[in-house]
Design a protein around this ligand. Structure first.
Ligand code: ZN
Length: 277
């Protein structure tokens, strides 16, 4: 039972502000430690639940947040970006189950703590087949396309509610309750970690006995994004296959979840480039 744990930062217990999630923010060092400790809780739970190997993928920002020296030594970890599978690097058809730790709601969600989809600077909304999505939903499709079940989602109450609806059989662990885009009522980090370890153990056990199954991938995948900077759409529409459908809106029909992700990453990079000129 090989387990892949994708760890983001916005959904970690105690995290609510931008100061905490950007390198250079005065509370960022504390946030990195909280993120690392939640990753460890998930690793410990995964082994408890029957994992034989665990790899942790750093999935926040430039993916160099986890404090390697403090990570559970039984797990390998992936650091740095860009990498082909982004938040899911090391996902293979041999992966037994994937766990999302520290996840958050999407850009268009009115309630999620620190909600965004891939890049808050680039996208004000990302839609898949006309419905707004966040990173969890698109990553879940990549997991599904590999024929692997998604076992666990942890984060605020908002992303947990999204996950319960979108991913049948998934275990959710809400570690905090949204009180605003940059405000939460959080569980104590130690209590959150206990709950995450228990959730990870249950998720891995569920995957071992087939209680959670790989999700279905829709046959058609139309990805759309509303770009934050006005004018960026002209540049982004130069990407082959990308169609500009509004002043700030672009659209692409993807052959699969991986292509949808690739296109989003390119759109985001081009939009950042446009903004920085
Ligand atoms: Zn993040």
């Amino acid at each position: 039972m090989n387990v892949l744990i994708s760890v983001d930062l916005e959904g970690v217990a105690g995290i609510a502000t931008r100061q905490q999630i950007h390198p250079g923010g005065h509370d960022y060092p504390i946030a990195r430690a909280l993120m690392t400790a939640e990753a460890n809780a998930a690793v410990a739970g995964a082994f408890e639940g029957g994992a034989t190997s665990v790899v942790v993928n750093d999935s926040h920002g430039s993916a160099d947040n986890l404090l390697g020296e403090q990570l559970d030594r039984r797990a390998d970890y992936v650091v740095g970006d860009p990498k082909p599978l982004d938040m899911l690097q090391e996902l293979t058809p041999q992966t037994g189950v994937v766990l999302f730790v520290g996840y958050h709601a999407g850009a268009a969600d009115p309630a999620g703590v620190l909600g965004h989809t891939y890049s808050g600077g680039a996208f004000t909304d990302v839609r898949l087949n006309a419905g707004s999505i966040g990173e969890a939903e698109l990553n879940a499709l990549l997991v599904a396309a590999a024929g692997v079940p998604l076992g666990l989602v942890t984060g605020d109450d908002v992303i947990c509610a999204v996950a319960e609806k979108a991913f049948p059989g998934v275990v959710t662990v809400p570690v905090k309750t949204a009180r605003g885009r940059t405000a939460v009522r959080s569980r104590h980090p130690a209590a959150a970690r206990e709950a995450i370890a228990a959730g990870a153990a249950r998720a891995v056990a569920n995957a071992s006995c087939g209680a959670v199954r790989p999700l279905a991938v829709p046959s058609e995948l139309v990805i759309e994004a509303d770009l934050r900077p006005s004018g960026a759409a002209e540049l982004v529409a130069l990407v082959p296959g990308t169609e500009r459908t509004g002043a700030r809106t672009v659209r692409f029909q993807a052959a699969g979840p991986r292509e949808a992700l690739d296109v989003l990453i390119v759109w985001s990079a081009l939009t950042s480039h446009y903004s920085s000129r």
